[in-house]
Design a protein around this ligand. Structure first.
Ligand SMILES: Nc1ncnc2c1ncn2[C@@H]1O[C@H](COP(=O)(O)OP(=O)(O)OP(=O)(O)O)[C@@H](O)[C@H]1O
Length: 369
């Protein structure tokens, strides 16, 4: 199938320093990323804080300009789009932010927030047609028409994220990029919103790019996963294969560091031995070699090129064939209680989705306040 979005060797280098006490430098936030997204799939991007996920997401929809490389959406250049091509892109690709409160103008009613994109992308609608469309969008995300007259501060976190999703849907997008769309929400509400996004993806045939720290969310929702480390994709594969047979030592470490959801402060942050090096001064060779238990002299000197494994992963590790990374034991009994509990929550949410259509889905208790 023809990809809906392709990135070819995209980089984003931020110049820093140059002041009295700081040397000039370049933060290599995204450093040579290539990927290809199929229409209708949910593609997840995962990695520790600071590895470049948000910068990549912003490059893909041209919220920032790439330093080098190409992004192509539906056969059209994103990196050089101007005028009508850029406004078409703004209609077709929408963003859902992590913190719905700061992304929604507090002085605008929900009706105006959701109706605003319609004014831009469907200017021919009459006022009453626009109101009807706003009501339909609110229903689609599990809110009521009368919510249109209220303001963002009157809603719970989960409801605000629903408003953000309704606003994103208003222009009729084909691709939605969610940057940590549930990580600011309570766990029970996370399941509702994850469930809603999954339903919308299926019902509307949307392509989703999901950036998340929470590996349980990723496992539950995504078809394929890309793992990022220090600005580069180090492994990519289908979700089940990647979770069960990680081919890169970093992916393995990330999966082994699945966090404890009771530890709220760092619940969504995976922990791995050692510090991630600064993208201002990345190590030579394989960027992961400073934390990798399998590193050799080759890893310290030569950048590993992406290779395709027989089971279709892309991995950028010199030694993936020699490491004996046996399949991970991911049967129910061998998963950590934390992961097991989280997966169970999402599974229950999905079971509900099979019998309740999106429009009439009952929000959870927090949502009803
Ligand atoms: N405008 C900027 N100027 C300079 N450096 C930046 C800028 N934006 C991001 N960076 C740096 O680029 C690197 C990647 O940041 P990015 O926010 O993309 O990572 P991330 O993986 O999304 O992290 P998080 O999960 O914490 O949001 C970080 O070192 C960050 O400090």
């Amino acid at each position: 199938m023809k990809p809906i979005l392709e990135a070819q060797n995209v980089t984003k280098h931020f110049p820093t320093g140059g002041g009295l006490f700081q040397k000039k430098g370049l933060v290599k936030a995204v450093d040579g990323v290539s990927l290809s997204i199929t229409p209708g799939e949910t593609f997840a991007i995962v990695g520790e804080s600071g590895c470049g996920k948000s910068t990549l997401a912003r490059l893909l929809m041209r919220l920032i300009d790439a330093t080098t490389g190409d992004v192509v959406f539906d056969g059209k250049q994103v990196t050089t789009a101007r005028g009508k091509a850029l406004s078409d892109l703004r209609r077709d690709v929408q963003f859902i932010f992590q913190d719905p409160f700061s992304s929604l103008n507090p002085r605008m009613s929900v009706g105006r927030l959701v109706g605003e994109p319609l004014e831009v992308h469907a200017p021919d609608l009459s006022k009453s047609e626009r109101q009807a469309k706003v009501s339909a969008l609110l229903a689609q995300v599990g809110l009521r028409p009368e919510h249109a007259d209220r303001y963002p501060h009157e809603f719970s976190g989960g409801q605000r994220q629903r408003i953000g999703i309704a606003r994103a849907l208003a222009s009729g997008p084909r691709l939605i990029i969610g940057d940590e769309p549930v990580s600011a929400l309570d766990v029970s509400v996370q399941a509702q919103v994850v469930n809603l996004l999954g339903d919308l993806g299926r019902d509307l045939g949307l392509t989703l790019i999901l950036i998340a720290h929470d590996l349980a969310v990723i496992r539950h929702m995504s078809d394929r996963v890309a793992v990022m480390y220090l600005g580069k994709i180090v492994e990519q594969g289908t979700t089940d294969d990647l979770f069960e047979r990680p081919r890169h030592p970093y992916t393995r470490a990330l999966l082994d560091a699945i966090p404890d959801p009771d530890d709220r402060g760092s619940a969504s942050r995976a922990r791995i031995e050692g510090e991630m090096p600064s993208p201002l001064n990345p190590p030579p060779g394989c960027a992961f070699h400073t934390r990798c238990p399998h590193a050799t002299d080759l890893c310290r000197t030569k950048v590993p090129m992406p290779q395709t494994t027989p089971d279709g992963h892309m991995t950028a590790c010199h030694h993936w064939q020699d490491l004996g990374l046996t399949p991970r034991q991911t049967t129910a009994s061998s998963r950590s209680p934390a992961t097991q509990a989280r997966l169970e929550l999402y599974r229950k949410a999905t079971e509900g989705a099979k019998i309740i259509p999106v429009a009439s889905k009952t929000p959870d208790r927090e949502e009803l306040t």
